[in-house]
Design a protein around this ligand. Sequence first.
Ligand code: ADP
Ligand code: MG
Length: 382
Amino acid sequence: MSFKELKLHPALLENCKELGYETATPIQAKAIPVAISGKDLLGIAKTGSGKTASFVLPILNQLLKDYAGEPSRQPKVLVLTPTRELAMQVTDVFKSLSQNLTRSIKSMAVYGGVSINPQMKAMYGVDILIATPGRLLDLQQSKAVDLYKVETLVLDEADKMLNLGFQKEMEQILDLLPKRRQNMLFSATLSKELEGLNNIVLSNPIVIEIADQKGKEEEELINMSGYFVSDDRKGPLLRHIIRKQEMKQVLVFASSGVKADKVAGKLFKNGIDAASIHGKKSQSARSNALRDFKSGELRVLVATDLISRGIDIDNLPYVINYELPRSPKDFVHRVGRTGRADAEGMAISFVTREETHHFKVILKKMKRYVDMIDSETLDFKP
Ligand code: ADP
Ligand code: MG
């Protein structure tokens, strides 16, 4: 479907063109009209299918119609994300799509790990606030922002935002919002039965679920393979396949920050350009690593699940699970960093013999089958 048929403001159509968006993706085609109608909405569609623009475009469209009002510290739109990196990325999409509009619309990201003062100062006149929960509450408590004029609330990676980990902060934030508002929730792994949903949406939301072509192997953008490998041979195997398959850019997932540092360090020592990213690093180290990886300058990024959610890396060809995640949901999001926006990708998993059953459970949930390679049969030095 063309964006024109979605009755968006001409300036927004122009910006879509500018970004290379020629036709609306399925979730965009279905979600945008519902969002414009003002109804609550749950948008469920696979990783990399364009969910961000599904809320960015109707939000900008609505703000263009509204009376602008005097600049204030009362944003009309609040978008919550689970990580700082995702808040920045979503803000970039808002900014790209709000160029040269008939009135200027200001969007801003606020998140922790950096000083709060510049954020407090810049809050004045912000229409759209994109935030991680902790810093948002800090700003609210410092009276740098009022949330009682929020008309639209978006939860990106909504199932994560409604997880136990964010529960307390989410409850506090919801208390600060007007009861009458539009709610839009998006994720690849969201379900109508999600606990905590009733705290967000008051009435029955419109559920838009774009079915995956599951099981149809030829239509899968994410190819998968797996290696049986013992823990002590994972490092050598990783180096072996990065070299052998001449991987130009690969995202490797490890189970902890300590492990991610170790894996990256070992690669680096062996002449493979690598850096790590995880929650224990400084924000500037996190930002630099992700920037260099996104630009293609850095060959290997070793990460924790910190960046398994939502992060968009243009045409990323490979994801490797150096260690399997515990939850199948995390697996879906990790491998979803590749095979985005109609590009193909490869997801490789390292599986120890003890994890055979766990890996089967994950694949069964994904309705996928993977041919396993026994690393013992491969010729590489330990
Ligand atoms: P999701 O949130 O569903 O995982 P994103 O919103 O991050 O996906 O979009 C994935 C990629 O697809 C981004 O690089 C984005 O620029 C691109 N994209 C989004 N919408 C379109 C479109 N209509 N046409 C082409 N590319 C698009
Ligand atoms: Mg997303």
